[in-house]
Design a protein around this ligand. Structure first.
Ligand code: HEC
Length: 174
């Protein structure tokens, strides 16, 4: 997957090139060499909001369930890895949050790491029952952190339906 900051970087770079071309043609001069891509400082300046990262976590949390429920352990493992990377991004971009009494950088290792590893263990064993239990415990960890950070109104649960009709969750037949 292309990281959102890469997309933004590319769009900015494209904007520079197009603008330079328009300017040059308006002046009746040949277009100069394309402007250099924005400095890494510009790219660094884009940080995804915590709410944006969480929205992606929400999607992966849904897909993790749909994958595990279908016994698609490869997809479940992939979604788990993405969830882990998402929490790494939370720590990187939002070590603290809006006067929250608990800093995400402290809450994540304390609340999420073990439940995430338990889901991983169930996926590794391809154990549906263990997966269900570990998934619910992991979901509780999401909500425990929402509680701890004063966002308890963001309550997540096992998805009851599949909002992704364009993706196959059943394991591929080998
Ligand atoms: C660090 C503790 C923490 C953990 C762990 C955590 N969240 Fe969050 N979550 C937050 C905070 C804080 C917000 C509010 C972010 C904001 O201010 O925009 C939030 C917001 C959300 C939102 C609302 C997003 C929106 O803009 O509509 C959803 C959905 C969400 N989290 C899902 C999850 C899921 C699913 C998990 C577990 C896989 C999870 N969260 C784990 C702290 C956490």
């Amino acid at each position: 997957m292309i990281a959102p900051d890469r997309v933004v970087q590319r769009l900015i770079a494209l904007g520079f090139v197009v603008a330079a071309g328009l300017l040059a043609s308006a002046c009746g001069q040949p277009a100069p060499a394309p402007a250099a891509a924005p400095s890494s400082a510009t790219a660094e300046a884009y940080a995804p909001g915590l709410g944006e990262i969480m929205t992606l976590q929400q999607m992966r949390h849904v897909k993790l369930w749909l994958a595990g429920d279908a016994g698609n352990w490869d997809l479940a493992a992939y979604e788990l890895k993405e969830l882990g990377e998402g929490f790494d991004d939370v720590i990187k971009f939002h070590p603290a949050h809006e006067g929250s009494p608990v800093a995400p950088k402290d809450a994540i290792p304390r609340m999420v790491t073990v439940p995430l590893m338990d889901v991983q263990a169930a996926v590794d064993k391809k154990d549906s029952r263990a997966f269900e239990q570990a998934y619910d415990a992991f979901t509780k960890a999401c909500n425990d952190c929402h509680q701890a950070t004063n966002f308890s109104f963001n309550l997540v649960q096992r998805p009851a339906t599949n909002p992704y009709p364009n993706q196959v969750f059943a394991p591929a037949r080998k």
